[in-house]
Design a protein around this ligand. Structure first.
Ligand SMILES: [Zn+2]
Length: 101
């Protein structure tokens, strides 16, 4: 009964309007690694791994990356004005008990 009108809410987080990543979200990065056995010159191979890192740009557009690419690209993304949300912490939560070093 005490719903707050949207215009009354402060923009606490730029990510409020960005949906959470799901298992269906895939890394937007491409790699220059040529897959062994491909035999063809295809220098832009989509990563395609599950996405855990979201980069939100001032324009409102987003890119999603796997933990590997998200961490590798974070500095350059921030330089371009992106805000990073790193959900890769769930990776630790999903590891088997006793497997941690
Ligand atoms: Zn990736």
């Amino acid at each position: 009964m005490t719903a707050i009108a949207p215009e009354m809410q402060a923009p606490a987080s730029a990510f409020d309007t960005v949906p959470a990543l799901t298992a269906a979200d895939r890394c937007d990065a491409t790699t220059t690694t040529i897959r062994e056995g491909s035999g063809s010159a295809n220098p832009r191979v989509p990563c395609g791994a599950q996405a855990y890192v979201t980069a939100l740009f001032p324009s409102g557009s987003t890119l999603q990356f796997c933990a590997h690419h998200g961490h590798n690209l974070e500095a350059s993304l921030v330089q371009k004005g992106a805000v990073i949300r790193d959900d890769s912490g769930v990776l630790q939560q999903n590891t088997k008990p006793g497997a941690s070093a």
